[in-house]
Design a protein. Structure first.
Length: 291
């Protein structure tokens, strides 16, 4: 046992045996009760009651949700009066609206159904031929002169060059190639071969009608001639160009079988140009305007 100068000599055991015996008895009695056997109050005194309450509440919730226990609920007031008022008001407004629509609906008068007295003989209705003069293509309604054009699938393109009075070059939208196109039923060779001022005026008039404009091309029977030039009826800006050239005296009506769908119309236009003295039929050269 190490020595310490700070220890008081009064605390050292004395030679009195009785005092030493009492001290030993007190020490033994103090050691008889172990610290583990002493009652120690818990650190959290509210944990046990709270845990018990949570467990009881959880049990009640499970019992109520499963239907084992039914808790008495206070009676709730149902707004029956307000629901009835809203429903009746909606039904009244709907009935008024239906009555207004029914009043505005036109009355349909159905003919009486005849009572069959005997078996009727069913005969097929005779097939009537198409009435003369009715349009056969979609352009006849807007362009009366084009009523003679056959109802064939058209081609579209832009005029890129004027070769003469009766021939142009068109950039087709279908394949993007440029083709020479000659007007069906309009012969301008007599004007194209001339070198007078009338020829220049005729070509200028033709250029004003077609150059750089979108054209609709419709064939008759023949696709092209021996040189590969397309033979077409041409429509530009609501004008039947073949008919307009003949009607203004810039070309003569021509017929080449089998492309004769518009021959009668073009021949009538040529007669009008002759009567009016226009173009080729005039005594003083080129005259503008249609008869």
């Amino acid at each position: 046992m190490p020595l310490s100068f700070r220890r008081s000599f009064k605390k050292l055991p004395g030679t009195d045996l009785k005092k030493n015996k009492r001290r030993l008895e007190k020490t033994a009695a103090a050691k008889a009760v172990r610290p583990s056997e002493e009652f120690r109050p818990t650190k959290y005194p509210l944990v046990i009651p709270i845990g018990c309450g949570v467990a009881i509440g959880l049990c009640l919730f499970i019992a109520v949700s499963r239907g084992f226990v039914r808790l008495p609920l206070p009676p709730t007031a149902t707004p029956v009066a307000f629901t009835g008022i809203a429903t009746s008001a909606f039904e009244t407004a709907l009935a008024q609206q239906l009555g207004t629509l029914e009043a505005l609906r036109p009355t349909e008068t159905r003919p009486p159904i005849p009572t069959p007295t005997a078996r009727a003989t069913v005969t097929a209705a005779p097939t009537l031929p198409p009435a003369a003069g009715l349009p056969v293509n979609p352009w006849a309604a807007d362009i009366p002169d084009a009523a003679c054009i056959p109802s064939d699938l058209p081609q579209t393109g832009r005029v890129v060059e004027v070769v003469g009075v009766d021939t142009i070059k068109v950039l087709l939208d279908g394949d993007g190639h440029v083709y020479s196109v000659r007007y069906l039923g309009a012969d301008g060779s007599q004007v194209n071969s001339g070198s007078t001022g009338f020829t220049l005026d005729a070509i200028q008039r033709h250029t004003d009608l077609v150059f750089r404009k979108q054209a609709v091309l419709v064939r008759d029977i023949t696709e092209s001639d021996a040189s590969g030039t397309l033979l077409r009826y041409v429509l530009i800006d609501g004008v039947f160009i073949n008919h307009a050239l003949v009607a203004e005296g810039l070309a003569r009506a021509s017929s080449a079988a089998p492309d004769t769908a518009c021959m009668s119309s073009l021949a009538a236009a040529e007669q009008q140009a002759q009567s009016g003295g226009l173009g080729l039929w005039g005594a003083s050269g080129f005259a503008t305007g249609t008869p």
